[in-house]
Design a protein around this ligand. Structure first.
Ligand SMILES: Nc1ncnc2c1ncn2[C@@H]1O[C@H](COP(=O)(O)OP(=O)(O)OP(=O)(O)O)[C@@H](O)[C@H]1O
Ligand SMILES: [Mg+2]
Length: 308
């Protein structure tokens, strides 16, 4: 549904997107993750045909972004990272305006607007002025206008930024619902847990380069570096730390709060040897666990903060 090949954009000295390449299948939810300035917005704007690439191509729903931008625009709903809402418009007028812009016939618009308002949980705001809505409501309204022409592909640039935790969850649920309706979604964020539940595919971008693409599990497999062990001892914490640091199967250690965090990169399934060595050396180990590896720590390992 989305095919990106070598997409490149330069702004002066900065290469905002550097030969970005990935594909998104129909029905996929693709999470585009990276720190500030990584090139997410630039890439999405090129896909939305709002920015011309310096090199590379992309097609959406079979339409080439350079050769057939109209076809692309008809197929995508684009939600920008910053959006303006018009002052003197009511919620329904705002949606009516965008539906008209997408050439939805006038007699079909009222039912359509009712549907998207219901989907985005804004039905009771129908007759309010847009600028009187709270930020979270504006965000949902923007999402409503993004889907008003029933596009097959949604390009969403940080749709949940600036929202409170509840509103974030609501947006996520809404996106899950849209996914269930068969939409293909590309969503950017730098907040990982937000995407973990929603996306079946993740692309990590930094300094314009796509570092990795795949499912969360695949990305894990591609990663080297082993398992994070969290070890607690009754006393002699620093000594335990030094003891572990000297082992060849421990890549790094640090003390965090009252535990030693040790990165194990020895043979798989041989972590027990670390525990045994500690016990034999007389350390009173009170707990020895493998840290749950979540998307967050994966991300921290992958992106070294080169940009920020
Ligand atoms: N119009 C522009 N003119 C000059 N430089 C730009 C322009 N747009 C983006 N850039 C530069 O391109 C790089 C990528 O920016 P981009 O907005 O794509 O990042 P992002 O991943 O969306 O970041 P954020 O998480 O902060 O939204 C940055 O270094 C930025 O300064
Ligand atoms: Mg951005």
């Amino acid at each position: 549904m989305i095919q990106v090949e070598g997409l490149t954009k330069r702004f002066g000295q900065v290469t905002a997107a550097d030969a970005v390449q990935f594909t998104v299948e129909r029905g996929d939810a693709f999470g585009f993750i990276g720190p500030n300035g990584a090139g997410k917005t630039t890439t999405i704007r090129m896909l939305a045909t709002l920015l011309k690439p310096d090199a590379g191509t992309a097609s959406i729903n079979g339409y080439d972004i350079a050769e057939d931008p109209r076809g692309v625009r008809g197929s995508v709903g684009y939600m920008p990272d910053f959006f303006g809402v018009y002052d003197d418009m009511k919620v329904w007028e705002y949606l009516d305006f965008f539906a008209a812009a997408y050439r939805v016939p006038a007699n079909k618009r009222p039912a359509l607007i009712r549907d998207v308002l219901e989907l985005t949980d804004l039905s009771d705001k129908r007759d309010e002025y847009v600028d009187a809505l709270s930020r979270g409501m504006k965000q949902r309204l923007c999402l409503a206008k993004t889907i008003v022409h029933d596009p097959e592909v949604l390009l969403l640039d940080e749709p949940a930024s600036g929202l409170d935790p509840r509103a974030r969850i609501e947006i996520r649920e809404l996106l899950q619902e849209l996914c269930g309706m068969g939409k293909t979604i590309l969503i950017s964020s730098h907040i990982l847990p937000e995407l973990a539940d929603l996306c079946n595919k993740i692309g990590i971008i930094e300094q314009g380069r796509l570092l990795m693409v795949g499912s969360v599990d695949e990305i894990w497999e591609q990663l080297e570096g082993g398992k994070q062990l969290v070890i607690r001892v009754r006393d002699r914490l620093q000594e335990a730390c030094d003891f572990l640091a000297a082992r060849p199967d421990i890549a790094s250690v640090e003390i965090e709060e009252d535990a030693v965090h040790a990165l194990y990169d020895g043979q798989p399934d041989q972590e027990h040897k670390v525990l045994k060595a500690l016990v034999v050396a007389g350390f009173e180990v009170s707990s020895f666990v493998e840290q749950e590896t979540d998307l967050e720590s994966l991300y921290m390992r992958l992106t070294k903060g080169l940009v920020s």
